[in-house]
Design a binder for this molecule. Structure first.
Ligand SMILES: Nc1ncnc2c1ncn2[C@@H]1O[C@H](COP(=O)(O)OP(=O)(O)O)[C@@H](O)[C@H]1O
Ligand SMILES: Cc1ncsc1CCOP(=O)(O)O
Ligand SMILES: [Mg+2]
Length: 289
């Protein structure tokens, strides 16, 4: 397929994904952190989907039967999560369910590390994180063992301390691992930042634009992960990941123009997620390597 027809096909798939969510209101369930849970649910609704938050394995596994996809975010952990999350990942994998992981603060704490290590075997369909989290997860899963070009890394908090470009190789290795282990034979990784990056392990897509105001509200990344799960309910992983990141970039640009600080920005972001058109999302600049 030529570059032009590849890009034209992708843009059609993006329009379909954005419209399909609005027409079918798919449920994406979340096991997510307590700081930003409300924004995650509101963003999923504003994108056109529906939300359900759950923390117990039996509840999550039953809800997964009626959900189009699932979202796990390890931002705030409680002791029982150390058993609950590996069990949930195992059962989602065994039942062929798709899910998005946001590895918030990857590299910090024995409990978080034990949980994230368990996802190496029972893998998510999509990983969405900031650059530092993607680099830390790649190192934790030992995917870089035979790669002498790997830079040293350090754990970060919930904010990135690395540039997106520093995470390209880690993102590609992670994506290839997800694809290999995926019950649906497909997977993708998104690295968010000033210029977002998405990869399926083969192609790399750079998505410029958005708003730096996103770093002044809590939950921009978490809610992007939730909306990625909403899209995953109606589209294949690569299309879902690119569509969600582009939706966020276009919506945050509109929100910045309409707001006067972080409070009004968050409200304007939800309005813009609701109002931005599928055609505006699909017409976004996409740089393909
Ligand atoms: N400097 C920036 N300029 C434009 N958009 C940004 C910038 N930093 C982050 N974003 C956007 O904010 C959202 C969350 O990304 P990020 O802040 O990297 O995640 P996290 O909150 O998990 O650290 C994404 O949509 C990303 O494109
Ligand atoms: C502040 C904070 N602390 C633990 S989780 C969390 C939210 C992080 O949200 P995001 O990564 O979307 O900025
Ligand atoms: Mg985050």
């Amino acid at each position: 397929m030529s570059d032009d027809s590849f890009s034209a096909t992708l843009r059609k798939q993006i329009v379909q994904a954005v419209n399909r969510v609005r027409e079918t209101t798919p449920l994406a369930q979340s096991f997510t952190n307590f700081v930003t849970m409300n924004l995650v649910a509101n963003a999923q609704l504003a994108a056109g989907g529906t939300a359900a938050m759950s923390f117990l394995p039996d509840d999550v596994i039953d809800t997964a039967e009626i959900a189009g996809s699932n979202y796990i975010n390890v931002g705030t952990l409680l002791p029982f999560f150390k058993d609950a999350l590996p069990e949930i990942a195992y059962k989602l994998h065994k039942n062929g369910k798709t899910w998005v992981l946001d590895p918030v603060a990857a590299g910090i704490g024995k409990t978080r590390t034990a949980i994230l290590e368990s996802f190496r075997t029972y893998t998510p369909t999509i990983v969405r994180g900031n650059a530092s989290e993607i680099i830390a997860l790649d190192a934790m899963w030992g995917l870089a063992q035979n790669d002498s070009t790997v830079p040293g890394t350090r754990p970060a908090g919930v904010e990135a301390v690395d540039e997106v470009d520093a995470a390209v190789d880690a993102a590609k290795r992670l994506a290839r691992h997800l694809v290999k282990r995926s019950p649906i034979g497909a997977g993708a990784v998104a690295v968010s930042g000033a210029v977002d990056l998405v990869t399926d392990g083969e192609h790399v897509f750079r998505l410029p634009g958005g708003s730096a105001m996103m770093t002044k509200i809590t939950g921009a990344g978490c809610s992007l992960g939730g909306v990625t799960a909403t899209y995953l309910a109606v589209a294949e992983p690569l299309v879902a990941t690119i569509s969600a990141s582009l939706l966020y970039n276009r919506a945050s640009e509109i929100a910045e123009a309409k707001s006067s600080g972080p409070g009004s920005f968050q409200v304007a972001l939800l309005d813009a997620l609701w109002n931005v058109t599928a055609e505006e999302v699909a017409a976004s600049e996409i740089i393909i390597d």
